[in-house]
Ligand binder design. Structure first.
Ligand code: NAP
Length: 286
């Protein structure tokens, strides 16, 4: 029987730990999200995050800036937030307008408040297995594997996607000499030849592609564990639109031994990991 790796019991545990710690240590963690322009998906995501934050006692403030903002004003704004002692976490929501230089913004961000762990210092610490922030989505994948007692040691793990936010940091984490590491990791991308031949060898297949329902049952081996990071908006006859993963869930369900749903899988745990990062930042800065 295929196991559904749902986020619900995981986030319940994370949120109750957050509430407990915030109350116990009388903390007032605060996250500021900078949003440039008015991308509807981003606004929806942030609204949701504000609600979740409120429930656990983490203030989530949105700093909405016009799409025409200059780099100079944006960098000044980041500097102001870096110095603001009441702000513990800063996140810059994507997509960014084309005139915005992402690397310059990341370099400006105080690494101690860098919730996405994009700053080279945090990336370096992650690769070197030193203390520092871990990007929320890779952290969520590890949290799911750990919660459901899925061993990674000695396993063939294939990740489809080599982005800086998911694929690359996740591969590094899974390679660590740790309980959620010690795997043999392969990263695939759009130039991988014979993708199916590679993915079919995976004990654990992680999809982070950004293409709706891309992974079919002929791409996975029997009893593989499937972790679907993808979130894709597709048309829906009833509701107008809905969200699906990078994995064709229905098609792969029978063949897999365990699989994460979308929604209700990696995305929900990612939100919880983000709020957890804010609490860590708050404790570090207090
Ligand atoms: P991204 O930066 O666009 O990277 C996508 C990766 O997929 C790239 O490495 C790309 O290869 C690879 N790819 C594209 N087409 C492929 C193909 N036909 N065969 C093999 N590889 C292919 O995306 P991302 O930011 O990592 O996000 C990936 C997905 O995860 C998206 O659906 C996104 O919405 C979702 N996501 C979810 C969360 C969450 O919290 N659940 C967080 C972040 C992202 P190249 O490098 O060669 O272009």
């Amino acid at each position: 029987m295929t196991q559904k790796l749902t986020a619900k019991p995981i986030i319940k545990q994370i949120y109750s730990n957050l509430i407990f710690e915030i109350e116990k240590f009388h903390l007032s963690p605060k996250l500021v999200i900078i949003i440039i322009g008015d991308d509807p998906a981003s606004l929806y995501y942030i609204q949701n995050l504000e609600k979740k934050g409120n429930k656990v006692g983490i203030a989530v403030e949105t700093k909405k800036l016009p799409a025409s903002i200059s780099m100079k004003i944006l960098l000044n704004e980041i500097e102001r937030l870096n110095k603001d002692g009441t702000v513990h976490g800063i996140m810059i929501q994507k997509p960014l307008p084309s005139h915005i230089n992402e690397s310059e913004i990341i370099m400006k961000l105080d690494p101690k408040k860098d919730m996405d762990a994009f700053h080279p210092l945090n990336i370096g610490n992650l690769v070197l297995n030193k203390e520092g922030f871990v990007p929320c989505t890779p952290a969520a994948v590890l949290e799911i594997l750990s919660f459901y007692n899925i061993a990674t040691e000695g396993k063939n793990i294939v990740i489809i996607g080599r982005s800086n936010i998911v694929g690359k940091p996740l591969a590094n984490l899974l390679l660590r000499k740790s309980k959620t590491g010690n795997a043999t990791v392969t990263i695939c991308h759009s130039k991988t030849s014979n993708l199916k031949n590679v993915t079919r060898k995976a004990d654990i297949l992680i999809a982070a592609i950004g293409k709706a329902l891309f992974v079919h049952s002929d791409m996975i081996k029997y009893n593989a564990i499937i972790i679907d990071v993808g979130v894709n908006q597709v048309e829906d006859a009833e509701k107008g639109y809905k969200y699906v993963g990078d994995v064709d869930y229905e098609n792969c369900f029978e063949k897999a031994s365990a699989i994460t749903p979308v929604p209700g899988g990696v995305g929900s745990v990612t939100t919880a990991m983000l709020l957890k990062n804010v609490l860590i930042a708050c404790k570090n800065l207090s």
